[in-house]
Design a protein around this ligand. Sequence first.
Ligand SMILES: Nc1nc2c(ncn2[C@@H]2O[C@H](COP(=O)(O)OP(=O)(O)O)[C@@H](O)[C@H]2O)c(=O)[nH]1
Ligand SMILES: [Mg+2]
Length: 365
Amino acid sequence: MSSLKKQSSSLTEKAGISSPEITNVSAINQIKNKRRQQPTAEELISGILSGNRTSLSRAITLIESTNPEHAEKANQIIKGCLAHANKSVRVGITGVPGVGKSTFIEAFGTYLTQLGKKVAVLAVDPSSSISHGSILGDKTRMEELVKDENAFIRPSASGENLGGVARKTREAIILCEAGGFDTIIIETVGVGQSETAVHSMVDFFLLLKISGAGDELQGIKRGIMEMADAIVINKADGDNIKKANQAKLEFNRALHLFPPKKSNWQPKVTTCSAIAKEGISEIWNTISDYFEMTKESGFFQEKRHEQNQFWMMETINEQLKSNFYNQPEIISLLEQNKKAVQNDEISPFAAASELLKFYFSKDTK
Ligand SMILES: Nc1nc2c(ncn2[C@@H]2O[C@H](COP(=O)(O)OP(=O)(O)O)[C@@H](O)[C@H]2O)c(=O)[nH]1
Ligand SMILES: [Mg+2]
């Protein structure tokens, strides 16, 4: 009787049908599973050290992330890898777009893996947020190297300023070295100050050129010539061979006019054809000679120590700057002061000093 009554009651008309959950249980489980799948910093470190590429890739992604939680984890991983880093040679390659960097790295990289080396290719390209990563777009030019199990190719960190991209590449070098890569190639396109950034993170700096219309030295930044440990004239094939050899003479002459380098190394000029894979072993021999000479003289280590000091200072400078410019009050005060300076209402120095005074008086984090 009572059960009958219950059934007919309007209050129980939905008996037997559970009310819908406000939250989607399966979605929650999916998220939980995903979280569980995210490897811990320790797991990534041991993965990297045992040569697992997925761990290496994931850790580099954490380095590149702008999420503060990821940054924390990335720092832990770098710390764990640091003791295992430093056992490599680092070669920087620069040259204007179209000179053949990607094609060269394909030929050079496969030559090195055939010698039994483990090669990691990274890039510093501050413009990559527009071009979607210099290496990524070029992976088609590195068909062999992409498939090579002794090579690791990573497109450049995108966006941000050069300082940020460069720092991330430097951190990625540490992880690659800990992952057993003994030859690190850093590619950069010759725009802005990216060569300087790359120069300060590599042991050997190679400038790729092609022979021009005769006036080889025109348009080439003096600073880059000074930084180069070798100049390689690419596309020395077919009708170009003669011109390439002429360019070689001209560059050689020009290089002799520069004061001697601190390393005492006399920069070399060679020709090659990245497409025909010619002249590649000569380039590696030159680089090897350089390493032999500078390791013996102590310059190799000295330069790395200097670079570490430089990067410490760079990181401090960069973070101070970004902290300053990202304060909401500073952003609006800066705008106001810019206008005031524009209208001659305040001197630029007084405006700057006002902003800084405000910044230092604030409890900033
Ligand atoms: N003839 C010739 N063409 C080359 C050589 N190396 C590269 N190239 C061509 O030059 C163009 C630009 O090469 P790429 O590697 O993409 O240059 P990047 O912009 O410096 O990376 C491509 O069409 C290549 O096929 C070479 O040694 N000889
Ligand atoms: Mg390229």
